[in-house]
Every structure is written in C-alpha cells, then in structure tokens.
Write a protein that binds this ligand. Structure first.
Ligand code: NAP
Length: 535
C-alpha cells in the first residue's frame, strides 16, 4: 500500500518500466516531458463515409497523448454498420502507447490538480461551447460510426455536451466539512482531493456521452484521464480530443488510446494495473467489468462500473394505457434497443394485457422505420455488428421454440446486413433466454402476470439491476413498487429517465458507483481527514 501511494505521488521518481523512445516536447508550465513509444508510419488524417462538409479538423485517426496526435505502428479498420463499408483506419494503440498515455496523464495531473477550480470550470465550459458549436458535425460522426439515426445522434451530442456544462458548474462546488470531535482541544477538517489519473474505458452505444459523463466529472475534480474507446466507435472520442485541445485543456489532461479488439485486453490490462493509475471508470458489459475488477484488485484502485442491465417494464391494470405504450416505445427502441437502460422484458397484468399488446404492436408498425441513420425518416438504424444481430436472432428463435408468439417482426430486415425488424413477442415465459439476459436489440418480449407480488418477484429475479419502469395510477402501489424494485433507477409512468442532473447507476451486478448529478464528482475525489490538535 505504501509503495503504491509513493508511485502515485507527484514527487515519485521516474518509473524504470516507462517505455523508451523520443520524448514529447516540454509543455508550458514546466512539466517534465513524458516518454513516448516509437512512432509508426503517419496515418491518414481524415476518413471517408460521412456526409461532406464535416470539419476536417474533427476527422481524427491518430491517438491523442500528451496533447499531441500519436500514430501507432499499425492501424485497424472501422466500418459503417449500415453498409459494412470501411469508414477509415485508426491508430491501433498497444501497450507502449497506453503506458505513454498513462505517463502523460500522470505528469499532467501534477499541475492540473493545482489549477484553480474556477479555471478548471472555465476550461470545461469552453469545451462545452465548442461541442455546441460543432454539434451537427459531431452528430454526423456518431451516426457514421454507430449507425444510430441522425436525430438520436444529435440528441446524444446535446446530452453529452450537457455533462461538460454540468461538471463545469460542479467543479466550483467541491466542499469539505468541519467536524467538532469529542476532545475539546481538537478540530477536524475533511478535505476532498482529486484521486489522480483515471483510466476510462467506454462502449460503442453512446460513444460521446459515456466519455463526457466520466471525463467531465474527472476533470472537474482535478483528475486527468486516459480514454480507451470501443473499437467500433473511436472517432467521436478523437473528435472530442480535438475540441479539448482547441478549448485549451492542457496537454496530458485528456488522452485517447484507440485500439482494435485484438489489443483491448492488453491495453485494458495496462490501464487497470499501472501503478500510476488511481481510478478505473468503465461502462460496458458485466463480463468485461469483472475482468477489469480483477485487474484493479492488485493495486486496490478506486472503481466505477456501469455494467449491463435487464430492465423490467411493468404495466399494472390501473395504468394509463396510452402513456404506457408511449413509454414502452421510448424505453425499448431508442438506439434500436441498444442502451443499457432499454426495457428488456415487459411484464403486463392480465386485465390490461391483450389491449396493451395490440396497441404496442400498432405503435411499432406505425412509428418505427428501419433504415440508414442518415435518412430523414429512419427511427431504427442497424445494430452495431453481426454478433449483435445474431444475439437478437438467437433470443427470438429460443423464445419461439419454447412457445412464444411473434406479434410483429421476428427476423432480419430485408435491408440485410446488420438490420433487424423491431419485434414484439407475446406468450413469453420466464424460462426463455430473452427473460433471463440482456438482448441489447429491438426485441420486446411480453410476459403476462396476475398479481403485484408476482410482477415484483419476476422483475427482481435477476443478478443485475440497472433501470426499471412501471406504469400505475395507484399511489400506494407506486410507493410500494418503487421501493421494492432492485434497481438503481426507476421510471414511474416515464420511459426516458436519463438526465445530467440525476444519478445514473445500478445495483447488484449492474455496477458500482453513480455518474452524472452532484454525486458523480465524488467518484473522482478522495476524502482526507485532518485533525488539528492542541487548540
Ligand atoms: P464490452 O464488450 O464490455 O465493451 C466495452 C468496452 O470494454 C469497449 O471499449 C471494449 O473494447 C472494452 N473491452 C472489452 N474487453 C476488454 C478487456 N478484456 N479489457 C479491457 N477492455 C475491454 O461492452 P459493449 O458490448 O461494448 O457494450 C454493451 C454493454 O455495455 C451492455 O451490457 C450494456 O448494458 C452495457 N452498458 C452499460 C451502461 C451503463 O451505464 N450501465 C451504458 C452503456 C452500455 P472493444 O470495443 O475493443 O471490444
């Protein structure tokens, strides 16, 4: 423990294990230069596959380390999930680049933590302003790499930018405490101090928002970050780096090391075991989260884990039917069902069941349009990749083989490639795969239930607990069920619950910690108790 503390201290000597190679230029502010890995061949600066007119400055393909664009020896292809076409090739960062990024972040931390809260706040605000100025271009980048409809991508960019705005405000509201201990000659102070370097590993489904939700809090707290974006969606992380740079965020405070899936394991291991890293913040699957927790254990790093969900959506007999159908549509089909808070199973009470299924099916057929995310009328883009389509297909065929009825959809879409039809299944039972695990796609399975107790028992019969929704007009039932659901977030008569002001996170194996809100910044702060004696 003592050794770890020394390594994480800014006065620590240089680590012998740092990679060799040319040094970065010393920065203004007098920080020691960070080592960097040998440079590979220069990578092309832009990429194809997004509508013309997007600012070339945002179309980055190199890593971003210590305030500089860093090519790697190899590159990996990124594909448009709608067509399968290659959008571009991105620097495939490996162990040396990851170590260099950690070192750069660590060097930067030594001065960033001394920057006043007001100054950190104003830099985050500038970054927010630049995101807003470039919001249309950023949205196009997201649609190109993730396939999500442009309107949803525009929504994501706003949501993402609002985290920077929120944390620029929260940066100035980090308070400590004064405590009066029992001994009369003593006073106690509680200080809140930044943790250090945070390793940030993010998924592809909200490639921009998952980054700013973490990075905004980290930078506001005085931490620095190394981001490893998902292989499928590196471009938004790199566009954010360009804007961070333009905003004047100092070199090394925000670093990005994109990598291929082949290298994710080794890069992840470096980021989660390097003694200079104090904190791991991960959003992704529960399976990957467990691997990273194992890595973190050896050097006892602080962790935030935003992991998988399996959200129940309960419709009680007393529900307002139209509200429930609207909520079901919103919570199920956003990003083609690929969000961790998407409803994953619908539990509908027997009195309202048949009419709910009928109206839900009508709404799906009327309101959802499958297509390329850049087309105006598209509400449902492709799934992210072949594996995702195969999972939905497997859940549908398993359910049908065990007696479920396909009410609408049920198969790959005629557009081919990664497109799947929005699907509604009825007569679903608890032994089916779709009742037991996250589908992460446009599949809505409906289970019929009789009593409130039964619904709550089904909803809680899972080892994850991120979001849960229910519709009821009975105030006593609302209180009972909201308290009994084993989840971190509850929507009561509401299907869209995320906002920067509210705490986001789960219970059970859905994760550890909360992001966004006034609680999010605490994930990057250490509490230090100082005892003043002899008074
Ligand atoms: P994933 O496979 O766990 O990947 C997430 C990130 O982890 C990616 O950057 C991935 O890199 C990286 N990764 C994978 N294996 C790794 C390893 N061994 N070491 C280090 N990094 C590794 O999850 P996903 O499929 O992208 O995302 C979907 C899941 O995320 C769902 O379960 C969803 O519920 C969950 N999610 C949760 C939240 C939340 O806030 N709770 C939000 C969004 C998504 P590569 O891309 O290179 O594989």
């Amino acid at each position: 423990m003592a050794a770890c503390f020394r390594l994480r201290s800014c006065r620590a000597p240089r680590l012998a294990s740092a990679p060799s190679g040319r040094s970065l230029r010393p920065r203004a502010g007098g920080l020691a230069p960070a080592p960097r890995p040998a440079l590979g061949p220069a990578q092309p600066r832009g990429y194809a596959g997004i509508p013309a007119g997007v600012s070339a400055a945002l179309l980055r393909t190199d890593g971003f380390v210590g305030g500089r664009w860093l090519p790697a020896a190899a590159a990996f292809p990124v594909h448009d999930p709608a067509s399968g076409a290659e959008l571009g090739r991105v620097a495939d960062c490996g162990v040396p680049e990851a170590r260099a990024a950690v070192r750069a972040a660590y060097e930067a931390f030594c001065t960033w933590k001394e920057v006043s809260a007001k100054e950190r706040s104003s830099l985050l605000r500038k970054w927010y302003d630049l995101m807003m100025q470039n919001k249309d271009d950023l949205a196009k980048i997201i649609t190109a790499e993730s396939g999500k409809p442009l309107k949803e991508a525009q929504g994501e960019i706003l949501y993402s930018a609002f985290f920077l705005e929120w944390f620029s405000e929260e940066a100035r509201r980090i308070y400590g405490d004064i405590i009066y201990p029992p001994a009369k000659d003593r006073r106690a102070l509680v200080l809140k101090q930044p943790l250090g370097v945070a390793a940030v590993i993010t998924p592809w489904n909200f490639p921009s928002a998952m980054i700013t939700r973490k990075v905004g809090a980290a930078l506001a707290a005085g931490c620095t970050v190394v981001v490893k974006p998902a292989e499928d969606t590196p471009f938004s992380a790199l566009a954010l780096a360009e804007l961070a740079n333009q905003a004047g965020i100092p070199p090394g405070v925000y670093n990005v090391v994109p990598c291929s899936q082949q290298k994710a394991k080794e890069v992840g291991e470096v980021l989660c075991t390097d003694p200079l890293v104090s904190k791991i913040s991960f959003t992704g699957s529960t399976a990957t989260g467990k691997i990273l927790l194992h890595h973190a254990a050896n050097s006892v790093k602080r962790v935030s884990m935003e992991l998988g969900g399996h959200a129940p959506f309960i419709v009680f007999d007393s529900a307002n039917m139209d509200q429930a159908v609207a909520g079901a549509m919103a919570s199920k089909f956003r990003n083609s069902g690929q969000t961790c808070v998407c409803s994953n199973r619908f539990l509908v009470q027997k009195g309202i069941h048949d009419s709910f299924v009928k109206k839900f099916a009508e709404a799906i057929k009327t309101n959802l349009h499958v297509g390329n995310g850049f087309e105006e009328k598209t509400t449902q883009g492709p799934l992210i990749n072949k594996k995702a389509v195969e999972k939905v297909e497997k859940h549908v065929s398993d359910a049908v083989s065990k007696g479920a009825t396909v009410v609408t959809g049920g198969k790959r879409h005629q557009l081919g490639h990664n497109f799947f039809e929005p699907t509604l299944l009825s007569n679903v039972s608890r032994d089916m795969l779709c009742s037991q695990e996250e589908t992460f796609g446009p599949l809505a399975p409906v289970i019929k239930f009789n009593t409130e107790e039964e619904a709550v028992a089904i909803a809680n019969a899972t080892d994850v607990g991120l979001a849960g929704y229910f519709y009821s007009q009975d105030p006593a039932q609302i209180w009972r069920v909201a308290e009994k659901l084993e989840v971190g977030m509850v929507g009561v008569n509401e299907g869209l619950i995320s906002s920067v002001e509210c705490p986001f996170g789960g219970v059970k194996q859905s994760g550890l910690g909360r992001e966004g809100s006034k609680y999010g910044i605490d994930e990057y702060l250490e509490v230090k108790y100082v005892c003043f004696g002899g008074l």
